[in-house]
Ligand binder design. Structure first.
Ligand code: 4NP
Length: 169
């Protein structure tokens, strides 16, 4: 990573409730950054397109799978705001519904943020299957599967940030 970077790259991960997938993506991306000594080069956050769980900590199943992999999640759920589209350079959605909501918000309010799907960066994903599935109504296996997708994608996302910064699809 270039040491001449003056602007911290701001990345926001977004799902529906901001209690299962996006807090995990936030924690995993931060962990990958710390392991690479790059924590100071980025500002990382997460939010939800829905307000159902605002103020709550991450779902206990996300906290557990994160802990199993040495990752700490300590944020509280919040809803995406129009201002986020100006404050963040990249907003990374977990599924296509989230992405559509963000696109509609950007259409209405404008903003510089580039919008992406996280699994665009998953080396094991197929073009027709670029979503991180919602694990909320499933069991712990779903959370482990989601963790693995998120981890693969976050590692690649960081690589791309340095070598070939992603552009909006
Ligand atoms: P998330 O999962 O979007 O990954 O945080 C969900 C959490 C809560 C609900 C849906 C999805 N819910 O319907 O309350």
């Amino acid at each position: 990573m270039s040491t001449s970077r003056t602007h911290r790259t701001h990345i926001l991960f977004v799902c529906l409730g901001n209690i299962c997938r996006s807090p995990l993506a936030e924690g995993v991306f931060r962990d990958v950054l710390e392991k690479d000594g790059l924590a100071d080069s980025f500002h990382v956050d997460s939010a939800g397109t829905g307000a159902y769980h605002v103020g709550e900590p991450a779902d206990p199943r996300s906290l557990q799978v994160a802990r199993d992999h040495g990752v700490t999640l300590d944020g509280k759920a919040r809803k995406v705001e129009p201002d986020d589209l100006d404050r963040f350079d990249h907003i990374v959605a977990m599924d296509r519904d989230n992405l559509r909501n963000l696109e509609a918000m950007k259409e209405r309010h404008g903003g510089k943020a580039q919008l992406h799907l996280l699994r665009e960066f998953d080396p094991e994903a197929h073009e027709g299957d670029l979503e991180v599935p919602d694990p909320y109504y499933g069991g712990p296996d779903g959370f482990q599967a989601v963790y693995s997708m998120i981890h693969r994608s976050c590692k690649e996302l960081l690589q791309r940030m340095d070598s070939d910064p992603p552009r909006e699809r």
